[in-house]
Design a protein around this ligand. Structure first.
Ligand code: ATP
Length: 350
């Protein structure tokens, strides 16, 4: 009996969380859940959006499913006061990752059959999420000047490069593609390229290719990226994973996971979508597939396969409006649960 954390999130978060927990309960009935509310909208007036107890709870459980959290524009900074100096994070999502030492955000980009009229995509984005332009180091100098610092360290890039090459070996990808802009950002992106090239020498069975990130964006949209691990820094990975999810049919389809040394947090690519919260229009597939990644990570590959197959089956019948359908979030959850049960009847039903 494993227990995982559940962060129900903001906006459409609670709706897609409920849908996902229903699917996981059908596919992996041995799982239990500990709800851990975090974020700017948790009840209680003046509060810390990321209480230390929440971070400790996720750490203790080792795995959590996290729905999207609203990052208020211009005011979403999180400050954690520490005896050795305050830690400032630019957003709640960034704070969750960095307080838990999660450094690799993995986003599988895979077209589902019959969903998009665009090109078929099949690659895996690994996004470095501990530093880069999202380090939270920004200054305003008077009224008219603002600066942001892009932090790139050898240690973080050795860590993410080894993670990416190991993943390429374990999952049979023959290639790692680094997207960068070292022709303009000579020192920062230049260091990323230098470190990744050094680490690549330790994995002779995996080919390293590097591409300018703008050309890579164009290749994604044209369907010209080969099957590979695509390694990107924090900001490029944020942008291109949404672009890639869009090419596969909808931003609502993309799953993801954040890995550290001993903790993993699973979350969809998309944000909290406050514009459609409460309308029943939210596509729960990205979070459901993130849940499948979580149960695979916990060792139950059969249940993960069952959820992924059930999503494909369900999408032949029911689609939310972002995919051109009229189904609600609940309709999709019902159809996925039904397909999971049809594939592997539970003992009670058999
Ligand atoms: P963030 O900065 O947290 O990514 P955002 O406002 O930039 O947030 P999203 O919240 O992802 O981006 O929303 C972008 C658009 O995509 C919105 O129009 C939203 O309604 C839509 N969208 C996002 N997620 C889904 C989903 N699961 N189902 C349907 N539409 C979605």
């Amino acid at each position: 009996m494993a227990t995982v954390g559940i962060i129900p999130g903001d906006g459409i978060g609670p709706e897609i969380t409920e849908a996902t927990v229903r699917v996981l309960s059908a596919a992996a009935p041995y799982l239990s859940y500990e709800y851990i509310p975090v974020g700017h909208l948790i009840p209680g007036g003046e509060h810390d959006p990321l209480p230390d107890a929440a971070v400790a709870g996720i750490r203790r459980l080792g795995a959590a499913l996290k729905a999207p959290l609203v990052a208020p524009r211009r005011t979403g900074r999180i400050v954690k006061v520490r005896p050795d100096g305050d830690r400032v994070y630019p957003s709640i999502n960034n704070a969750v990752r960095r307080e838990l030492d999660l450094f690799a955000n993995v986003r599988p980009i895979q077209s589902l059959p019959g969903i998009s009229s665009g090109p078929d995509l099949d690659f895996l984005i690994v996004r470095e999420v501990s530093e880069g332009t999202y380090s939270g180091i920004e200054y305003r100098i008077g009224d008219d000047v603002a600066q942001a610092v892009k932090v790139v360290t050898r240690g973080a890039w050795e860590r993410i490069a080894h993670f990416s090459f190991r993943l390429a070996v374990e999952q049979g990808y023959g290639r790692v593609i680094l997207g960068h802009k070292a022709n303009v950002l000579n020192l920062t992106d230049g260091l990323e390229l230098e470190v990744v090239q050094e680490v690549a020498r330790q994995y002779p069975e995996v080919e390293l290719q590097d591409m300018m990130v703008d050309a890579l964006g164009q290749a994604i949209v044209r369907g010209a990226v080969p099957r590979a691990v695509v390694l990107l820094d924090n900001q490029y990975g944020d942008i291109l994973s949404d672009v890639a999810a869009g090419v596969t049919g909808s931003i609502g389809l993309g799953p993801g996971a954040n890995f550290g040394e001993s903790v993993a947090v699973f979350e969809a690519c998309h944000g909290a979508a406050p514009d459609i919260a409460g309308t029943g229009r939210a596509n729960p597939v990205g979070l459901i597939l993130s849940g499948a990644m979580m149960i695979r990570h916990l060792g139950d590959a059969a249940a993960a396969d069952a959820v992924e197959a059930a999503v494909e089956t369900a999408l032949t019948r029911v689609r939310t409006p972002d995919l051109g359908g009229t189904a609600t979030t609940t309709d999709v959850a019902d159809a996925v649960v039904e397909a999971v049960r049809a594939a592997a009847p539970s003992p009670a039903q058999a």
